[in-house]
Design a protein around this ligand. Structure first.
Ligand code: ADP
Ligand code: AMP
Length: 227
C-alpha cells in the first residue's frame, strides 16, 4: 500500500470512494468534503439530477437506474469530464469509476489534466449489513443530504433538518433492486479492487463501524490533523 505521507504537505486531495451500495460513501463524502473543501462528484447524484430535469440523458438513464443496472461508460465519463477540471482543492469521486473501462477513462483524463488520484478508499463491509442501510435510506435530493430511519433519523420524520423540505425514498432502494445492484457490483466493480491495488492506490477502511468512527479513520488516513 502506498504511503500517504505526501498529504501532510499537499493541500489538495483527489480521492475515489469505492464500495457497494449502502456502504456509506455519500455519508462520508459530506464529512471529507467539508474537512478539505473538496468537490463531491457523485455520478449517481448527477444522473438523478438529469432524470429530475427530464433531459435526454435523464430519460435514457432512468429505466437503467430503476433496474439497478449500469448507465453506459461513455455517459458517466462525459459527466465526470465536465466537472473534474473545476475542482481547485481536489475532489471525491463517489460511485465512479464502476467498471475497469471507466477507471481507464479516468486515468487518461487525470493524466491529461495533470491531476493524479492520491488514494482510493475501499469501504470494507459485510454484505449482510447493506440491505438494512439501503432500505432505510432517505435523501434530501436538492442537497444530497443522507438520512436513515434508524441509524441517522431526521429531527422531524420525513423532513430535511436544514430546510424542512420532504425527504425521498429512492426508487432503487428496495430489496429486489438492491440484489441486482449487488450482483452488478460483484461482476463489474469489484475488479477495481485488484486494479487499484496494482496501481498502489488502494486503502481499506472498516465501513461496518458507526458513522463517526468511519469518519475518524478516513480523516486520519488523509492526514486531516495538519489542516
Ligand atoms: P452509499 O453512498 O455508499 O450508497 P450512504 O452514505 O448513502 O451509502 O449510506 C447508506 C445508508 O446507510 C444511509 O441511510 C446512511 O444514513 C446509512 N449509513 C451510512 N454510514 C453508516 C454507518 N457507518 N452506520 C450506520 N448507517 C450508516
Ligand atoms: P448511486 O447513487 O451511486 O447508488 O447510483 C445509482 C445508480 O446510478 C446506479 O445503480 C447506476 O444505475 C447509476 N450509476 C451511478 N454511477 C454510475 C457509474 N459510475 N456507472 C454506471 N452507472 C452509474
Amino acid at each position: 500500500m502506498a504511503s500517504l505521507d505526501h498529504l501532510k504537505t499537499q493541500a489538495e486531495r483527489r480521492l475515489i470512494f469505492l464500495g457497494p451500495a449502502g456502504c456509506g460513501k455519500g455519508t462520508q463524502s459530506a464529512v471529507v468534503k467539508e474537512a478539505f473543501k473538496l468537490n463531491h462528484l457523485s455520478t449517481g447524484d448527477m444522473l438523478r439530477e438529469a432524470v429530475a430535469a427530464g433531459t435526454d440523458l435523464g430519460k435514457k438513464a432512468k429505466a437503467i437506474m430503476d433496474a439497478g443496472e449500469l448507465v453506459s461508460d461513455s455517459i458517466v465519463l462525459g459527466l465526470v469530464e465536465q466537472k473534474i477540471s473545476s475542482c481547485p482543492n481536489g475532489f471525491i469521486l463517489d460511485g465512479f469509476p464502476r467498471t475497469v473501462a471507466q477507471a481507464e477513462g479516468l486515468s487518461e483524463l487525470t493524466k491529461k489534466l495533470n491531476t493524479p488520484i492520491d488514494a482510493v478508499i475501499l469501504f470494507d463491509i459485510d454484505e449482510d449489513l447493506l440491505l438494512r442501510r439501503v432500505c432505510g435510506r432517505r435523501v434530501h435530493a436538492p442537497s444530497g443530504r443522507v438520512y436513515h430511519i434508524e441509524f441517522n433519523p431526521p429531527k422531524v420524520e420525513g423532513k430535511d433538518d436544514i430546510t424542512g423540505e420532504p425527504l425521498i425514498h429512492r426508487k432503487d432502494d428496495n430489496e429486489e433492486t438492491f440484489k441486482k445492484r449487488m450482483a452488478v457490483y460483484k461482476s463489474e466493480t469489484a475488479p477495481l479492487i485488484d486494479y487499484y491495488t496494482k496501481a498502489n492506490l488502494l486503502h481499506r477502511i472498516d465501513a461496518s463501524k458507526p458513522t463517526a468512527d468511519v469518519s475518524k479513520a478516513i480523516l486520519s488516513l488523509l492526514c486531516a490533523a495538519t489542516h
